[in-house]
Design a protein around this ligand. Sequence first.
Ligand SMILES: [Fe+2]
Ligand SMILES: [Fe+2]
Length: 251
Amino acid sequence: MSHTIRQIVSGILKAPDLATKLSLSRQGFEQIKTNKLQLGEKVENEWVFPENLEFINPFTAKPKLKIPLEHSLLHSAAYIELMAIFMYWDTLSIPDAPYEFYHDFAQIASEESHHFGLIITRMESLGYSFPSIPCNDALYFYSKKTSADICARIVLTSLFSEGRALDSHDRLINKLKSSNTDKTSALLLSKIISEEVSHVKIGLKWFLHFAGDNPKEVYKSVLSAFKLQIRPPFNTKLRDAAGFPQSWYLE
Ligand SMILES: [Fe+2]
Ligand SMILES: [Fe+2]
């Protein structure tokens, strides 16, 4: 039986365990790349997280647990990749769009699955497991609020969240390097973050497709609707590589 894009998405989002989710994610991209699938009827997207993943509200959170720096940084990177897998697959089910849109976002989602797998493998080699620390629920909250609004979803996922990942590059890598124990993790995260440049680029391409005549205004209005501020320091080198207009964040 052939599947629609929305059926593929729903299967990935509700897959009960991480290994199945990652393998369906890889297969999903292959199916979308090699066939011309229909978008299909709307289906309820149920997001199923690993059983032991604990969400916390950052505003009411208790003080952080005392854990090694590399554990905390790798765990938070893994969590961001996991949320990116959910957010990007879910994004495919929102609009009626040219087929290239579904291909592009399925490709990003499968790259996020690859990133997630690399970080988990690194964590396991250091004796850490995922999930093992409570995670900030903000990305999940934003996703639920943007499940029917493609412009808002792309702003929050590709432009805000991934843009911030680009900005964090130097800071994160220096932290890991200065811990003097974990240059391997620093190299891994550096490589992953540089691969996020193409995700911002593709996000921008489709945001411009959907946002109408004044994309900068739409971008700013989504940020203000969610009370989000982007603060320096910005990594203009990586943002430029993604084609992110400087006037959108410097003015
Ligand atoms: Fe990623
Ligand atoms: Fe990404």
